[in-house]
Design a protein around this ligand. Structure first.
Ligand SMILES: N[C@@H](CCC(=O)N[C@@H](CS)C(=O)NCC(=O)O)C(=O)O
Length: 213
């Protein structure tokens, strides 16, 4: 059995944050497929793993963790990479991870789910429009922060970058101008993409169901 097991599915940008961390660190890990689109997250078996009913879940020996911020923090400590260099950085990383969970990933992921994966007859244009506005605003905040810097905190990649980048590689599933309007974000995600070992979420995690990709 591998050292780390990550319960995940291909479309999950949240799970991707942890999967990419494990991969970039060269960890001994395997994905465990959660059939999210067929309701696996709502089963008693999955809820026994995570009472919040959310993917991802990380298993490491007898340790079982949920919430990507916690998982990334744990992995940074265990694997000795992408963590803070001092206390001030630790707080700054935490600040960006909290912001990401609240403002960036939250709106981007919910917009993407509603605009791409909900059956057409269940889509609400007003809700989708609202979420898009919030996602664009969050991208604007990140773009401004990244002006003149390569990474979100300090001068090297950290788990703050991995957290904020969870949904940045699903090209074709969000309007192209989300990236052209935020060139610093675009350059930053390309820096991540250029790292040795980088893989697209659809190559790193199982269960991709979208035809034609
Ligand atoms: N803040 C959570 C978000 C996790 C999350 O929302 N995961 C999605 C899949 S990408 C999910 O399981 N959603 C189920 C739900 O919202 O009920 C984290 O960082 O782990």
């Amino acid at each position: 059995m591998t050292e780390y097991r990550l319960h995940c599915f291909a479309q999950s940008g949240n799970a991707y944050k942890a999967a990419l961390m494990l991969e970039l660190c060269g960890a001994d890990w395997e994905p465990v497929f959660v059939d999210f689109f067929n309701g696996a997250g709502r089963t008693p078996e999955f809820q026994a793993l995570n009472e919040m009913g959310e993917v991802p879940v990380l298993e490491h020996g007898s340790t079982q963790l949920t919430q990507t911020g916690v998982i990334l923090d744990y992995l940074a400590e265990k694997l000795g990479k992408f963590g803070p260099t001092d206390e001030a950085q630790r707080r700054e990383i935490l600040r960006w991870i909290l912001w990401d969970n609240h403002k960036l990933t939250a709106y981007h992921a919910t917009w993407r789910f509603m605009a791409n994966f909900l059956p057409a007859d269940k889509r609400n244009a007003d809700v989708i429009g609202f979420l898009e506005g919030r996602a664009r605003a969050a991208l604007g905040v990140l773009d401004k922060h990244l002006a003149g810097r390569d990474w979100i905190v300090g001068d090297a990649m950290t788990i703050a970058d991995l957290s904020c980048a969870g949904y940045m590689f699903f090209d074709g599933e969000y309007p192209e101008d989300w990236m052209t309007a935020t060139p610093n974000v675009d350059a930053w995600r390309n820096r991540i993409k250029a790292l040795p070992g980088w893989q697209h979420p659809y190559d790193l995690m199982p269960g991709h169901l979208i035809p034609g990709r």
